[in-house]
Design a protein around this ligand. Structure first.
Ligand code: NAD
Length: 427
């Protein structure tokens, strides 16, 4: 899996390199992570026993600024996976013009097996182990799979204890009470909505005509589904890990969101309880949701959901990748041949890291923004990058994914060249 991720990312990079002004030196430099750290984290468990966990932090490239990327707590975490995701973050930050390079971190574990106290000790132990490797001007972690603002708060506190001074800018996505930004929790879904708005306008299509299916009704997917519903799109299907619901006349997304917040699952939504009466629907599997005949499909759950196995069956005209890597490189080719428009993750879900940037800026300036200012800045910046990527795709007659990589690679290539070039040594 991790190798597949890196292979997919490298293939996309090669396609883009054909169109971007990038030197051989810069391409060679981008093949290797700048620094990788593997640590052992001993944790005293609640029953008195000692367990040692393995953790990683990779700083892929820092040419455009301190490195930035989330920390995953997951059984699949390995050095290969973390390196691949750090590589991906390098392109995402460049694609939306953040003054950051790419990084990623993680600990190999099933976090659901640990008590809250054990999780806190593990989180603080991880920071003890990686403290010299991170910092507000060096490398700035954030929450991602199975980590959240509470864990970021513990980590920021531990880093501050080690430094002997409060250091909120070392980590983004922490609680607002500890210096986190307003709007960070909903930033990915909100940013994705702004990208969809921009692209649908460019394509000359109005919301009322569009049917939408959303796979994954979590943090990112539920926010984008609600914003689309409020803007007049007809969201006909949503799902979570337990299954999905469908209504050809459109689902009442705010009711589902409220129900899920109360019951923490959608299972009850589609079979037993009161929302069944508020939202009439049929049930469907996640596989069937992906293959629905809708205008817009939004994978917002996991990697590799659309592969060469099911790409032929996808009927949606347009796909917006809210999840990271939901469509494999092989599936890309099949979809492109069918004429499916696909807007890539490194643009569509970049709202999260953009508001993380605002979080860091606010910590460093000491001046905190209103939610309106956060959302206005996010809208103006992500809309402008989306429009540029749309125009690049038209100019080079390439997919929107290749256009996003061209955009990122042009910025990275320029910075890498300006840093130093072998041309100095050629007389
Ligand atoms: P989340 O855990 O809040 O939500 C994930 C949702 O997907 C849950 O509702 C879960 O039940 C559902 N799910 C899991 N397996 C599924 C399956 N097989 N079919 C359908 N649904 C399934 O996570 P999130 O923060 O919303 O992240 C979702 C995706 O977006 C991930 O790929 C993540 O990397 C990406 N992303 C998130 C952020 C962010 O800021 N939250 C930023 C960038 C990218």
């Amino acid at each position: 899996m991790p190798e597949a991720l890196l292979t997919d990312a490298s293939r996309r990079l090669e396609q883009a390199a054909h169109y971007a002004p990038i030197s051989e030196d810069a391409t060679e430099r981008l093949k290797f992570p700048k620094a990788s750290l593997k640590v052992a984290i001993p944790v005293r468990m609640d029953d008195g026993s000692l367990r040692v966990f393995e953790g990683y932090r990779v700083r892929y490239d820092d040419t455009r600024g301190p490195t930035k990327g989330g920390i995953r707590f997951h059984p699949s975490v390995s050095l290969d996976e973390v390196q691949s995701l750090a590589f991906w973050m390098t392109f995402k930050c460049a694609a939306v013009n953040l003054p950051f390079g790419g990084a990623k971190g993680g600990i190999t574990l099933n976090p659901k097996e640990l008590s809250k106290f054990e999780l806190e000790r593990l989180s603080r132990g991880y920071i003890d182990a990686i403290a010299p490797f991170i910092g507000p001007d060096l490398d700035i972690p954030a929450p991602v799979v199975y980590t959240n603002s509470m864990i970021m708060g513990w980590m920021m506190d531990q880093y501050s204890i080690i430094q002997g001074r409060r250091s909120p800018a070392v980590i983004t996505g922490k609680p607002v009470s500890m210096g986190g930004s307003l709007g960070r929790g909903t930033a990915t879904g909100t940013g994705a909505f702004y990208v969809i708005e921009t692209m649908m306008k460019k394509l000359g299509q109005s919301p009322a005509e569009q049917t939408v299916a959303v796979q994954g009704f979590g943090n990112a997917g539920s926010v984008v589904a609600r914003l689309l519903f409020e803007a007049g799109y007809k969201v006909v299907a949503v799902s979570d890990s337990k299954g999905g619901i469908y209504n050809s006349s459109g689902l009442k997304i705010p009711d589902i969101q409220q129900f899920k917040q109360t019951h923490h699952q959608m299972k009850a939504v589609y079979c037993q309880d009161s929302v069944c009466s508020i939202t009439p629907h049929e049930t469907l599997t996640n596989e069937a949701l992906l293959e629905l005949d809708v205008d817009i499909l939004i994978p917002a759950a996991l990697e590799n959901q659309i592969t060469e196995k099911n790409a032929h069956a996808i009927q949606a005209k347009t796909i917006f990748e809210v999840a990271n890597g939901p469509v494999s490189a092989d599936a890309d080719k099949i979809l492109e041949a069918k004429g499916t428009r696909l807007f890539p993750d490194i643009l569509v879900n970049a709202g999260g890291v953009m508001v993380s940037h605002f979080d860091w800026v606010q910590n460093r300036s000491g001046l905190y923004w209103s939610l309106k200012k956060v959302e206005d800045e996010l809208r103006s910046r992500i809309t402008s990058e989306a429009a540029t990527i749309y125009d690049l795709a038209q100019k080079h007659t390439v997919s929107f994914r290749t256009a996003a990589y061209i955009h990122a690679l042009s910025r990275l290539g320029e910075a890498l060249n300006d840093r130093g070039t072998k041309d100095y040594y050629i007389s």
